[in-house]
Ligand binder design. Structure first.
Ligand code: BGC
Length: 950
């Protein structure tokens, strides 16, 4: 969408040259190898999609390699598969270059069915390759009727009330079961309203945290499925579970802070477990053990437990051996059956939250009141592992913070009402004791431990980094250490906030799936991690939360934590923008199909709101809080008129809808949305842009209502954010783009080369400068270290991206109140690092056609490398400057084509793989444009050099 479409005919001609060249080489053998076989974006998963989508990545040593056909076999056993006996599906030879989003079209799949599959590909010469190794997927429980158990729990809500918080203890549930000889296979299907951990015979099952994840529990809850065959044996076995309140019954967001009448238990008060253990014996018999009235319950060591407030654990109250069959449960009560109305129970589609890294403290300092301050060296989200020796009853208090006060003490003011405190009471084991909280997490760099008897060392506290296990996708690095730190800060902030849902921040009483933050950052997120499964999950949350008027809400899931929270321009469009980015990055059309009616409803809402005028005039959103919406949130200086931004988002989402409609072959709707986008752009132009291209708004109209100027400062149409978005969102006719670029460049220069953008402006700023030929101004913004800039944060020790440009300043210190040091919105510069510095872009969906076009700075960075694992395989662009020469190395995956644009001053100095361009140009279609030589290639590794300075 953002790729320039100049000279389309020339392009077609050039591509045909490439294809001629590709077809001209013959090879008798096929070295195509299908690797990384996935189903529904996962390796060997348990799923419940009735027609799962399969994908693989092709590898080949040959250049310009493509797949011309494939064949998939799916069988019910590995043996059948190895003898080509595809009893579930034989796709037969399909003439297609597709390697992903291929729907299974075999025999209908049943609950619990295991499917083994493999694939082979024909290469560009129609030579068949070898079969891949086999992969598998397993069907979970497809029907609510598959669930035979009852929701069980223990109502402890009468306990744990203090003046501020109500934190009852965690229920423990257990049961002894007798199994027969000859266990062949066992599966545990388990979920909870609240959070759960599950144990069998002394072992914790799985390594997932915060299960089953956050959903609108009134509509749906997810379950996890675990292979527990090796945990069971014949005879007596014990199964058990610990429950916590979690998002279901615990505290959420700032409800206490804003004095909401309800502050917790937004979905229910008593957490409940639903579990089903299914055993298959060698003789074909099956046995199902479910959560039911025969389980026993108790409470003890976990005295308080809450995601935001933390966990209090009293090891003196431990139930030693409670998950072993030998345990004497005589003191335990019968569980309560918790009546729950129906809701959908589905298999968890996301990536589970797990410990992804352990961190050792960088330093330990003694404080004045007998406390110790551990500096973990990195701001992150997670928990700690404590290793401690002491006497029974010793009490350790653990507090967490991101920053230190000027006097060196822990800064917790920015946590607001999140208590974020853990407590551990020792049982007094002479060999020492190890503990981690289970059902909470914190956003922190520093831990303050009070109550340690002995001088701690680096083994006393380990940081356990928690986050959704989104697989690695890209990486960026360059010769400038400040930029490398910036990139690492972006990645750490993403890791800290992709915790089951995309949160705004991990530390304070918030941690909500703010839609504005998500839509601003989503395309950056795709460059760091594979977020396909993660967003497949969150887009369900987002659509479940769609308001009855059609707007997507401020955050999702959307429990009623503040009555005035509703929707806002720049936030509510996340339902379109995030779906679009998942489509663009992964070629995912199912996500479009699935939410198409919801997305249309949202577009209808916008149209109605605009009163058929195709734009939003000043004060069109007087009825929401804050008036006009959040606008260019946390910008500096003059505020951009929010209705102008709302109009741009209207046009932007209409264009995305048109492209998505094409993606699902709905040509009528594509025409409709293209026409809508055209009308919006022309209305926008008429109302918000002067004939000379200057952007303006009716300030007098806003001035009539003081709330606007009080809340948003002085409003203007002539801001960095306004021009940046108009360029980025293609709201201007081609004739006005250069002048908009000039004005943007001028505004930055008039601001002494500094940005003034907030959440909505920052993402578009550098891309818009680049697009209009002001790359060097963009580099200036990137390389700045003065206030406000990314560099300023880094010079002040940031290890993550701050919420505000002025979260901390040397003159003013910390901003009071809302102030997080781990907020990814300003990390949306990541997009520009990959797409413009590294120069990797996708021309159309899923990086099938790649553009490599690095932009070279005049100073500050002498080399840069970006790499990205796409649905087609790895793309790499790596350049360095030596004297007046540029050296570029590029890797293009099999089955794709690339337009490699090599910056040069002199066309004749360009060489490809060591040969002068002039000599090899017959092999590669090429053209010269605006200081770039464009060379079309297929897959392979390439090196280029060119003179960039005289
Ligand atoms: C959140 C943001 C969010 C905003 C709405 C804040 O409290 O932390 O990131 O987008 O509210 O303006």
């Amino acid at each position: 969408m953002f790729v320039e479409q100049r000279f389309p005919l020339l392009k077609i001609f050039l591509w045909s040259l490439v294809l001629c060249f590709c077809g001209g080489v013959t090879a008798a053998t096929n070295d195509l190898k299908a690797t990384y076989l996935r189903c529904e974006y996962k390796v060997d998963p348990v799923i419940d999609a009735p027609s799962p989508r399969l994908s693989w990545i092709l590898k080949s040593q040959r250049k310009q390699q493509t797949q011309t056909a494939y064949r998939i076999l799916v069988a019910s056993t590995p043996n059948k598969l190895s003898t080509q006996l595809a009893d579930l599906w034989d796709s037969k030879k399909v003439l297609s270059d597709k390697t992903f989003q291929i729907e299974y079209k075999g025999a209908p799949l049943k609950s619990r069915q295991i499917c083994y599959w493999k694939v082979m590909s024909w290469d560009k010469n129609d030579v068949p390759g070898e079969w891949s190794k086999y992969a598998r997927w397993e069907m979970g429980l497809l029907d609510t009727a598959d669930w035979k158990g009852q929701w069980i729990g223990l109502d402890l809500t009468a306990l744990g009330k203090d003046s501020i918080y109500h934190l009852p203890p965690a229920p423990y549930l257990r049961k002894t079961v007798v199994l027969k000889d000859g266990i062949k296979k066992a599966r545990l299907y388990v979920t909870a309203l609240g959070l759960y951990e599950f144990y069998i015979n002394g072992a914790r099952i799985g390594k997932d945290f915060l299960t089953p994840g956050w959903t609108d529990y009134n509509k749906r809850v997810y379950y996890q499925a675990y292979d527990v065959t090796s945990n069971l044996h014949s005879g007596n076995n014990a199964i058990g579970s610990i429950l916590s309140y979690g998002w279901y019954a615990g505290y959420i967001g700032y409800a206490i802070l804003v004095k909401n009448p309800q502050v917790k238990s937004f979905y229910g008060k008593v957490p409940a477990l639903l579990a089903q253990l299914e055993i298959e014996y060698n003789n074909g018999e099956t046995q199902t053990i479910t959560s039911d009235s025969k389980w026993k319950a108790n409470y003890g060591p976990i005295e308080q437990t809450d995601i935001l407030q933390g966990e209090f654990y009293n090891a003196g109250k431990e139930f030693v051996g409670w998950t072993l069959p030998t345990y004497n449960e005589s003191g335990w009560k019968a569980v309560e059956i918790i009546q729950k109305e129906n809701r959908t129970i589905e298999c968890y589609p996301g990536n589970p939250v797990q410990v992804t890294q352990n961190l050792k403290p960088l330093s330990i300092k003694a404080g004045d009141k007998g406390s110790y301050l551990f500096d973990m060296g990195q701001n992150f989200a997670g928990i700690i592992k404590l290793w401690v020796k002491g006497s029974a009853g010793d009490t350790l208090l653990l507090r967490y913070g991101e920053m230190l006060n000027p006097d060196g003490t822990l800064m917790t003011a920015n946590l607001r009402m999140a208590r974020a405190t853990d407590r551990y009471i020792l049982r007094g084991d002479p060999d020492g004791e190890v503990w981690s909280p289970r059902f909470t997490y914190h956003g922190f760099r520093y831990v303050e431990a009070t109550g340690l008897r002995q001088q701690p060392d680096e083994t006393s506290i380990t940081g356990l980094v928690l986050g959704s296990t989104t697989p690695d996708a890209g990486s960026f690095q360059c010769s400038n250490s400040m930029i490398n730190q910036l990139y690492q800060n972006i990645v750490w902030t993403q890791r800290a906030n992709f915790v089951d849902i995309p949160t705004d921040c991990p530390q304070r009483d918030e941690r909500l799936g703010w839609t504005g933050d998500a839509q601003i950052y989503v395309s950056s997120a795709t460059l760091n991690k594979d977020i396909s499964a993660f967003f497949t999950k969150w887009l369900v949350d987002l659509n479940d939360a769609q308001l009855s008027n059609g707007a997507y809400p401020d955050y999702a899931p959307f429990p009623p934590i503040r009555a005035t929270d509703a929707f806002s321009p720049g936030w509510m469009e996340a339902g379109i923008i995030c779906a679009y980015e998942i489509f663009r990055t992964y070629g995912d059309t199912r996500i479009i199909q699935k939410f198409w009616p919801n997305m249309e409803k949202f577009m209808e809402f916008l149209q109605q709101r605009s009163g058929g005028r195709y734009f939003f005039a000043e004060r069109s959103f007087d009825d929401i809080v804050p008036k006009g919406g959040f606008g260019d949130w946390l910008s500096i200086g003059k505020k951009t008129a929010p209705d102008m931004l709302a109009t741009m988002y209207f046009g932007y989402t209409a264009s995305m809808m048109a492209e998505m409609a094409e993606g699902i072959d709905n040509h009528d709707r594509a025409i409709y949305y293209n026409e809508l986008a055209r009308r919006i752009k022309s209305a926008f132009l008429k109302h918000y842009v002067l004939p000379n291209g200057e952007m303006k708004c009716d300030i007098a109209e806003y001035a009539k209502d003081r709330t606007y100027s009080d809340e948003q400062g002085e409003l203007s149409g002539n801001t960095q954010t306004a021009y940046a978005n108009a360029i980025y969102m293609r709201m201007l006719p081609d004739s006005l783009i250069p002048s908009a670029g000039e004005r943007l460049d001028k505004l930055v220069k008039e601001n002494n080369g500094f940005l003034s953008t907030g959440f909505l402006g920052v993402k578009a700023l550098l891309p818009a400068l680049s697009k209009t030929g002001h790359t060097q101004t963009a580099y200036k913004l990137l390389l700045n270290t003065g206030y406000p800039s990314w560099g300023y944060e880094i010079e002040n020790g940031a290890t993550t991206i701050w919420e505000r440009w002025n979260s901390y300043t040397r003159n003013e210190g910390f901003v009071a109140g809302m102030n997080s040091f781990s907020h990814y919105s300003f990390g949306s510069i990541c997009e520009w690092l990959f797409q413009n510095v590294g120069g990797i872009k996708s021309d159309g969906p899923a990086y099938k056609r790649i553009i490599i076009k690095p932009e070279i700075p005049e100073g500050g960075i002498a080399s840069a490398k970006a790499s990205l694992n796409t649905m087609n395989g790895e793309v790499v662009s790596s350049w360095k400057i030596k004297k007046n020469m540029l050296f570029l190395e590029v890797k293009i995956p099999v089955n794709t084509t690339a337009d490699i644009q090599i910056p040069t001053q002199n066309y004749n100095t360009v060489s490809i793989n060591g040969e002068k361009h002039g000599k090899v140009s017959a092999l590669y279609a090429s053209s010269v444009e605006n200081g770039y030589v464009s060379i079309k290639v297929g897959s392979g590794n390439y090196t280029f050099s060119s003179e960039i300075k005289k």
